[in-house]
Design a protein around this ligand. Structure first.
Ligand code: NAP
Length: 253
């Protein structure tokens, strides 16, 4: 893909892997965009820009100004706003758009999963499921659990969550990947009797599900927001590279 400028909308491990792969292709310029939520992000290979674009119009402007040929939406499956903005901006500028979306998790025999449509739905289910909650949904959106003063929460996030938080909250600041041994130990030490997770998918944070299965701990799984329609999507880096080759062939038949 000589002379091609690819914008990777990042914030995931896959986006970093993709930038590394694309950075090795001759004549390809890669820019990764990060939202700027994390103070010390793991830095991808290639050029990096940090911060919001200013909605779909701002993103469209950026695509024009920086002569982007292809956008790869490699954001987290729960980052629905930027994914929708990418669709609008790509359409407005005639820029090719493909997506990298890792597959979701599926329950296995022995799992005690409870589906939730949102964090608020997860919070509503908790009092019937346990008293000591391991909350792994990230530091944003914890206000949904703030009224559950009768439960004890162990929150794990990369950076410290801000208020409002439930009255009884302890925080562990840690970034994955995590191991099954470590997760089992954590569930036991804190006498966790219910786990809450987003359906993020991927191997880096799946160990908690195995540990919960082994210890017969119920898991509330917050389901993904719908992905935008009509965007060619792959579930891993090789799949995206194949989509990009196809997009390049379409541009220069
Ligand atoms: P979001 O709700 O979809 O996006 C909110 C706003 O943040 C967007 O409108 C955009 O601002 C800005 N933004 C998001 N991703 C961006 C990116 N890659 N580059 C530049 N601006 C971006 O996103 P979110 O759920 O807050 O997630 C933010 C970032 O964290 C994403 O990059 C995502 O991959 C990563 N992440 C999210 C989660 C999660 O659970 N949501 C988990 C792990 C990692 P403007 O409208 O101003 O452009």
């Amino acid at each position: 893909m000589p002379g091609t400028h690819i914008l990777v909308l990042g914030g995931t491990a896959e986006a970093r892997q993709l930038a590394a792969e694309l950075g090795g292709l001759p004549g390809t310029r890669v820019t990764t965009s990060l939202a700027g939520r994390v103070a010390r992000p793991r830095t991808p290979v290639g050029e990096v820009r940090i911060g919001g674009f200013g909605g779909p119009e701002g993103l469209a402007e950026w695509l024009r100004e920086h002569r982007v040929d292809v956008v790869v939406d490699a954001t987290h499956p729960f980052a629905a706003t930027i994914s929708a903005n990418a669709v609008a901006a790509a359409a407005a500028t005639g820029t090719a758009l493909v997506a990298l979306r890792r597959p979701g998790w599926h329950a296995r025999p022995g799992d005690r999963w409870h589906d939730a449509a949102s964090l608020a739905d997860a919070a509503a289910q908790l009092p019937a499921l346990g008293r000591r909650v391991f909350l792994t949904t990230g530091r944003l959106g914890l206000a949904a659990f703030a009224d559950l003063g009768q439960l004890r929460f162990l929150v794990r996030s990369v950076e410290a969550p801000g208020p409002p938080l439930p009255r009884h909250t302890s925080v562990i600041l840690e970034r994955g990947p995590f191991t099954v041994d470590g997760e089992r130990e954590l569930l036991r030490t804190h006498r966790i009797d219910v786990l809450v997770t987003k359906d993020s998918g991927g191997p880096a944070t799946a160990a908690k599900l195995t540990a919960a299965r082994e210890l017969s701990v119920p898991v509330v799984v917050v389901r993904r927001p719908p992905a935008p329609d009509g965007v060619p999507t792959a579930e891993d880096v090789p799949g995206v590279l194949a989509l990009l080759s196809r997009a390049a062939a379409d541009r220069c038949p």
